[in-house]
Design a protein around this ligand. Structure first.
Ligand code: AMP
Length: 183
């Protein structure tokens, strides 16, 4: 299964990605998780990324594309993988399409988990991650509207795109995503 889980911060992409990966035995590739790991390790990349992440801003496209290119070359990606939190800009989406052709990877299904903005703020405040202060969250939602929401149109035009209601139960959302991504 080659799947992009799309949606604003806090809609449950990480939760669903974990469940799907466990069921299909394929890796979850979360750029946010990889950046948080780099911060923990104290690498140069981590140090630079932290400043932007703490403000709710995006890490530069070139950095993200480098991370993705390295990761998808791994053998464990051959039978599929799930992207969670990537692509987040039109440029990332365009470069990813070119990268897939280069690596001979099949087309992706893009499934959006949709939750209205009011509910997202509540969910993120409840999650309590380090970059989840109210100010950072509001910033991330603005960045999402401005830079990431247009990615949806990119996949609507060019590829398979579906939307599921993220207010349904975790298991209902899980089943809907599976049905869409398998077909
Ligand atoms: P996430 O865990 O996906 O919410 O990501 C946390 C933070 O990492 C985001 O607010 C961004 O600062 C950064 N980040 C993660 N993925 C990307 C990406 N694909 N492009 C740019 N920045 C990213």
């Amino acid at each position: 299964m080659f799947l992009i889980l799309f949606g604003a911060p806090g809609v449950g992409k990480g939760t669903q990605a974990e469940k799907i990966c466990a069921e299909y035995n394929i890796p979850q590739i979360s750029t946010g998780e990889m950046l948080r790991a780099a911060i923990k390790e104290g690498t140069d990349l981590g140090k630079k990324a932290k400043i932007l992440m703490d403000k709710g801003q995006l890490v530069p496209d070139d950095v993200i594309m480098g991370i993705i290119d390295e990761r998808i070359k791994n053998d464990d990606c051959k039978n599929g993988f799930i992207l969670d939190g990537f692509p987040r800009t039109i440029r990332q989406a365009e470069e990813f399409t070119a990268m897939l052709e280069k690596h001979d990877i099949p087309e992706f299904t893009c499934v959006e988990i949709y939750v209205p903005n009011e509910a997202i703020l509540e969910r993120l405040l409840a999650r309590g991650r380090e970059d989840d202060s109210k100010e950072t969250i509001l910033n991330r939602l603005e960045v999402y509207q401005a830079q990431t929401a247009p990615v949806k149109e990119y996949y609507q035009k060019a590829r398979k795109f579906f939307s599921v209601d993220g207010n349904k139960s975790i298991d209902e959302v899980f089943n809907e995503i599976k049905n869409l991504a398998i077909n």
